[in-house]
Every structure is written in structure tokens, then in C-alpha cells.
Design a protein around this ligand. Sequence first.
Ligand code: 4AZ
Length: 811
Amino acid sequence: MDPLEMGQKFSLRQELDRDANLQFLPAPDVRKVEKRPILQRKLCIVFGLVAAAVSLSLLTGILVWRFHLHQDMAKPRVYVGSMSIANQRFLSDYEDPDSKPFVKMASLVSQQLRVMYDTNTVLTKYFQRSSVEAFSDGGSDSLTAYYRSEFSIPEPQQDSVDVAVQSLQMAAGSQKSRQGRVLLKPQHSLNVDAVVTKAIDPRMTSSSLLVKKSFNVHVREGGVIQSPGFPDSSYPSNVYLQWRLRADAAHRVRLDFQKLILEDDCQHDFVKIYDSLAPIEQTAIAEHCGIPQHLLSFVSSGNVMLLTLVTNKEKNFPGFIANFSQVPLEPPADCGGTLSGDVGQFSSPYFPSSYPPRTSCVWNIQVSKGKSVKVKFSKFYVGNDSIDCSRDYVEVNGRRLCGSKEGSTTVASRSNLMSVKFNSDWSYVHQGFFAAFEAFIPSDSCPGSFRCSNGWCVDSRLHCDGVDDCGDASDEEECSACAPNVFRCKNARCVSRTTLCDGKDDCSDGSDEFKCEKSGDVTTCSDSSFRCKNGHCLDKVNPECDGEVDCEDASDEEACQCGLQPYRSSRIVGGEASQEGEWPWQVSLQLVGQGHACGASLLSGRWLLTAAHCVQDKGSARHSQADQWEAVLGQHILSQPNEWTVRRKVSRIVAHRHFDQFTFDNDVALMQLDSDVPLNQHIWPICLPSPTHRFPAGQEAWITGWGASRERGVAGSVMQKAKVGIISSSVCNIAMNNEVTDGMMCAGVLKGGVDACQGDSGGPLSVISPNGRVFLAGVVSWGDGCARRNKPGIYTRVSRYRKWIEEHSGI
Ligand code: 4AZ
């Protein structure tokens, strides 16, 4: 039976079983080989020499070819695109690729593409073939054709072909505006309005994809699509499956996933949905893998949609099941209009389904004269966060909002009118927003909250916290007026001077505890004082390894062979390449046979510290077992070992007994190496902070690693570094729904763009002390995505685990 229908995994075992019928020939018995006469032996020698010379020159040839010419060898590259044809109408026969009208029109389109490629010297040189995959109704008496074009391009020329393809797209557009459309031949002219072409997602043309299949589905009657074998067996390996979904004219396709359970890594298995009938990158509206936490429901902008499933051979999961249907195209009731009355609600089109791409709606809200309008967005997931919100956005009174906002966001106007515009671009859609408006008497527009100059209301705890929460910095203005005799914190808060250097973080950014002079006195011990080995306590903040002996027994300067950066110069999201040797305690933890999985920090010649969540078993993957791991130290470029690189097997893993896989509390683990690593300027331990070491809010810290450079991105090659700031737990808990425990700390850049990400987990959050020694403040643990606005990275607070580390490693 077709493995697609069975939904079984293809297995290597089957291949081996097939080969089991092969029989090896018996080897000759060496004892039976007779001695030969002398002449024959001489001839043999001559022959041998000639054969050796020939093989040598052949080998040289191959090597020259391999290293010099091979680079120029052409590689196939597939571009997928759509062409809008103005003087053709969609016929129902075009739904059937075997029908005569389809074949005829496909041939015209292919010729048209040929003509277009021939106008470009680069494209004509490398063009191989085109094929038309489908047609759809382009609206207003036009036809849309979807095609693939294959080029054979030498590697160095790939970029120039990408540029040429791009220019073709612009040429088609500009020719249209100049009247002269691209003409094929006078009698078979195709009026090409627009061409959109892009190189196909490389994961879809991988040579390991053994099966490629398309299914055509008309969604008029509604129905269900599921991955092969769902839910009884896992989906097949190494397949590319696509479902072309069509609705009737003047309708949209709607796709609602009931379940989606795929492998976690989108590099391996994923579903990708397009607002077209071909996998054209510009029309990709969603990509998912793993087990999404929220509703997956999509609506197309026109009457077509493409669902694709790509799998590889690694690990396979149950797959998906989704319902399809059609909905009328006409602007849905929830797309814009006039809203009057003193209260009301509105939402993005099709909410809570994702909004369709290429959609624009405007709501004009009008409340009673003399009142103002307040709009509260209780759900807001509109596009990605970007500075200019140029793609998907909501515009309120001329100011754009985008990204995901947890909690509610309120906007107020100064008059009884407010205009709210929603816009989505061609690609990637999100769930949208839900909003309620109400009229209010202008004197109290933000009850219980701080009112920004731009009309926004923000949580009053964010007023004067040193971060621009309003977007116009008005929450940080006029924060300096602390009364005389009152201390002004770094975040502009005012606290009593009596609280200075009292060992408590009264400012919430630690600045009242900075610059506290060493008292010199041995004090009574408190929870926050440093305890010397002899039991005496110090008032001084962070006295360990600061170059001054503070304890009578000098124990504060013991064990300070750590935290030095011989190469300090001046995946991480928003970072930059680090200097080779700049972070000599950074370790790459690699799963045997799979490569980099997590980061870790070197604590001594034998011990590493990492995150407990890196060493949890996952299904059949035994990540808690030491023999699954290797530690790579002294590395700079992940894929290129250098003269300093050292690999060690792991002999023992001690994960914190109370690691909580739901809250990520106690996310810390020790790894013991099978033998000591040599310590040198490229491999050097980081200093562990004492239990009372303070990392005040606002302090600079560094994250390093080879993790992804964007959410859902791939691991990096050169070790990255990025500067972040420590964020107080109280501010962080507002942003993170009170999920930050005492064993965690937050660091990041609240405006977004800089963060640790997948693959950085377990790695260090390094803080450089005033005398240049580097302390391990945190272990990369978790976050709400990566680098999102107001979503800092969460780290295991290492000082909390100082005793635990000592108990389990002796360090
Ligand atoms: C991760 O998946 C991960 N933005 C690590 C750090 C963060 C998010 C995710 C913080 O390993």
C-alpha cells in the first residue's frame, strides 16, 4: 500500500532488508596463487607503473576540478511565482490540469515566461524550464497563473539571478503603468499585469524529499484534511505534500486546525500556509511546527489557499487535522464602519480567527458631544513588533501599533471622535485584536493608570521606572523632582536617604546600594551581607574577588582564578560577533551525532553549569544521560574546530532535584567532564557570585552563544554577544504575568530586538564587575519568544544556587 495512505514511517531498515538478497562472491584463496615467470613479472611492473601514473594524473585532475572548477558548477534553483493576466478569464476547466484549456493556457504562460526571461541577459543564460501548476480567478476579469521556473546557476551567480528575478517583477509592474504590457505574440498576446516570483523555500526542494504529492480540494461543501495516518500513526518521513484549496468565486477559503502535533524543530517538519496556489514566499501567511499553544485558524484574501506539509526523517509525530470551508468574500461585518453610541465593541476581521492578508478596515467612532473616546484593546496580536509598524498594524489617531501586547492596552482621544484603521500586508497573519470603546468625561481618561501625553494609559507602576512605556517618553518626564534630602534613584524614583546602603534594594534598580563605601567593620550578619569563611560578615557590596582583602581571613579573595577576559575588545538576537577568546567560559553542549543543543559555562577544569531544561529526557531522547553529551570548549566558529578547541565527554549530570518543567523554577544543572580541560586564555572559568552578590537593575550584562538569531531561526555559526540590562524582578513580573520566581532574574532590552534565543539555553549571563572580573549572574533559561518588546529574557539566578553548586561539585 502507498506509504502515504498508511501514514507509516519510511525506515532505513526496509532499504537494508531489500539489500539482504545481495550475495557476496567468495574471496580467492591466497594460498592457491602460483609464482609467475620473470618476464611476466617485469611486464607486470611496467604495467603497474603506467597504471599508477594514469591514476595519479586522474586524481590530480579530480582534485583540481573539485577545488577550482566545482565552485562554478551550476546548481538547480527553483523560483515559484504568479502572473496576473488581464485579458483572460478563469474557466472552470482550469481546475483540471489534464483538461485541454488548461494545457493550452499553460503553454501560453510558459512561452510568456520564456519571452520575459529572454529579455534579461542573466536569466536567459541560466533558464532551464517552466511549468504551470495551477490557475485561479484573479478577479475583475483576470486570470492568475501559478508557475515554477527552474534555473541552473553557478553558485557565485545565484545572487545576481535573484536580483534579476526581482527586477522582472518590477518591470512587469512599471510596464503596466506605462501602458505597454508584456506582449507575447500579436495573435496570442497575454496582458501581464503583475509578476511575483521568489526562490522557493529551500526546505521544500531538499534532495531528501522522496515523495511529492498535490491534492486539489474544492472547499464549497466543507470537509476535513488530515496528514496521512492521523491520528493512529505518525506521518510519513521525507515528504512534500500540498493541498490546493479553492472556494467558489467571491468567497474565501477558511481553514481551522483542530489539532497540530509536529516535531518541535521547524527546520525538520512544518506546515506552511500560503495565500495563493503555489508556495510563493511573499504569500506565506503562516508556518507552524511543534504543538502551537493557540488557535490556528486562517482565512484567505481571495478564493484560494495552499496548505503544505514538509517532513524529514528524524522524528515523526501524529500530524494534523483541519476543517476547511468557504466564507463570503464581501467585507465581513467586522471590517470597519461607523460606530456610534457611548459604548461598543469591534475586532479585526474574522477574530478570533487570524485576519486575512491584504486587508484594510477603518472604524470611525463617534460618541456624545462633550465626551472623549477611550478604546481598550483586550487582545492585541497584530503583526510583528517593529519600530515603524510598516507591515500589519492598527493606527489610532495617526499613531501605529503593532506586535503582541499582553494585558490590555488603552488609547484615548481628546475629542468625541476617533478613527481606528487596521491594515494587513501580503504575508504572515496573526490573530488580530478585540477592542471595546467607551465615552468618558475628559478629566479622568485613565482611571487608576498613568496618562501619557499621547493619550495612552499605562500601568502607574511603570511611571518613572526608567523605561519609555508610553512610546513618547512622557512617563519618564518630570521624574527628577525629588524633595531635598531625598535620594534620586537611577530610574528617577525618590527614596529616603536613610535607606541608602542599607542592604535593601529600595529603588528597585539597586542604585541606592551602588557606591556603598566599605565599612571596614565586621558587622553583624544579615541576609544580604557577605559572610567570610571565619563567619564574620561584611557590609561591603560584592567584596569577592574585587582585588581588596576585606575579610580578616582573606577568604573574599580566595578562589579568584576566574572571570578574566584576555581578549576583551570594546544566538543571540540583536547581537554581534564576539572576538575569538572573548568569552573563554562559554561552552557548546553537543548531543552526540546531532551537534550543538545548548550552552554552558565553565566553572573549573572539570565542572560546567547549564540549564536543567537542557538535560531532561524528551520522548525517547535520553538527554538526562551523560553519555548523550559532549562539551566543546575554546570554540569560536561552531562548525570549525581551531587549535584551542577541546572536546570532552560528560561523565555525570546533576540536574536540580526541584526543577519544575512547567514553571522552569530551579532551571540549573551541573555537568562533570570525564577529564580536566587545560586552562588557558581561550578556556577559562567564570567567577561564581556569592549568595549575597547583588546584580542591581540597570546593570549591564552580556549574553553569549550560538543560538538562533531570531525567533524560530537557526543556530548561528560565529559566537554572538549582546549587551542587555538587568531588570528588577518587580518590573519584570508585571511584564511576565508574575511567572518570575526568586530563583530567576530578568535581563534584556525592554524595547525589544536584543535577547537570548533557542540554542542559547544553559549559556551564561555574564556581568563584568568594576575591576574587570566577570561573574556568572544567570543561566539562559526561558522567555516569551525572543526579543519581543516588553518581554525580557529570564535567567536562573545563580547566586541563589551558590550553596547547591558547592554541595554537588565541591566548587
Ligand atoms: C530557548 O528556547 C529559549 N528569549 C532561550 C531563551 C529565550 C527564549 C527561548 C529568551 O532555548
